[in-house]
Design a protein. Structure first.
Ligand SMILES: NC(=O)c1ccc[n+]([C@@H]2O[C@H](COP(=O)([O-])OP(=O)(O)OC[C@H]3O[C@@H](n4cnc5c(N)ncnc54)[C@H](OP(=O)(O)O)[C@@H]3O)[C@@H](O)[C@H]2O)c1
Length: 256
């Protein structure tokens, strides 16, 4: 996500941070959350915990793509009843995942992570070009939600139903999701694309003991902890907009 995510090399470290990290390649995430500036500039200042080591054989471009989309997708795939809380290869073997909108940033990240973790991945898209993006991300099955009956197609592919739906548009898809859920499945809702309210078919959801789980990266406890301003206890803190008593000005972009 622009301004939140990025990648680069550590130039300097602050007090209390391992000086050995200078020169380290890193990817950073949520750089602009609760701070005045982010990554849309040459130099970014972030808490050390938000700068993750980036292996030498992974490009800065890949590193800059990780942040918000992949962390959101990881969360959506790990809030499932009885499922793993951390994705590694093989942990989703035997499970099926339906990703709504597999050509989107978060949707495509969910496809890649689910596939990497061993799940069977079905996704929906709105056309052929987006279908190619979803396939490139690793989707086993792509359904065109504008032209096909998604629930029928998903049931045909996975008669037993899916264990997880990664949902971008609950307003538009609630009636599609309910009939494709396996027992104890989770619908992980991370966005409100297409509308702010959804009508849930209660009986079908209740019958399979479904879970409707909301996902917002910024307020996940572990994220909130890492993003906390390190100078909160200092009276002169100017990091947090609310402490400044006014909205922050936009961070300047580098010239040229
Ligand atoms: N909860 C969080 O922590 C979190 C984190 C990041 C982003 N978000 C939110 O998530 C949303 C998506 O972000 P993004 O960066 O992935 O955006 P994006 O790259 O624009 O992707 C959005 C995708 O949603 C798809 N879509 C929309 N309506 C759909 C429907 N009815 N069925 C299936 N797919 C549908 C679109 O596909 P088509 O164009 O083919 O319709 C598009 O591929 C945004 O609202 C963003 O604010 C939330």
């Amino acid at each position: 996500m622009p301004h939140q995510d990025g990648a680069g090399t550590i130039d300097e470290v602050g007090e209390g941070v391992d000086a050995g990290r200078v020169g380290q390649r890193v990817w950073v995430w949520l750089a602009a959350y609760r701070r005045l500036t982010g990554t849309a500039q040459e130099l970014a200042l972030v808490p050390a915990e938000l700068a993750e080591p980036l292996p030498d054989d992974v490009s800065f471009k890949v590193g800059a793509d990780l942040g918000v989309p992949f962390l959101t997708a990881h969360r959506a795939l790990t809030v499932v009843e009885g499922g793993p809380t951390r994705l590694v290869p093989g942990v989703l073997a035997g499970r099926s995942v339906l990703v709504a909108g597999g050509a989107g940033a978060v949707g495509n990240a969910a496809i890649q992570l689910a596939r990497w973790a061993g799940a069977q991945v079905i996704t929906t898209v709105s056309g052929a070009e987006k279908g190619e993006l979803a396939r490139a991300g690793g989707a086993h099955h792509v359904v065109d939600y504008r032209r096909q009956d998604v629930a029928t197609e998903v049931r045909r592919i996975v008669p037993e139903g899916v264990s997880t739906v990664v949902e971008v548009s609950p307003t538009q898809n609630a009636a599609i999701d309910a009939p494709v859920l396996a027992p104890h499945a989770t619908v992980a809702i991370y966005a409100n694309n297409g509308g702010d309210e959804a009508s849930l078919p209660i009986r079908p959801l209740m019958t399979v003991n479904a879970r409707i789980q909301y996902v917002l990266l910024y307020t996940m406890p572990e994220v909130a902890n890492r993003c906390r301003c390190r100078c909160e206890r200092r009276t002169a803190c100017r990091c947090h907009p609310r402490r400044r008593g006014r909205r922050p000005a936009a961070a300047p972009l580098p010239a040229g």
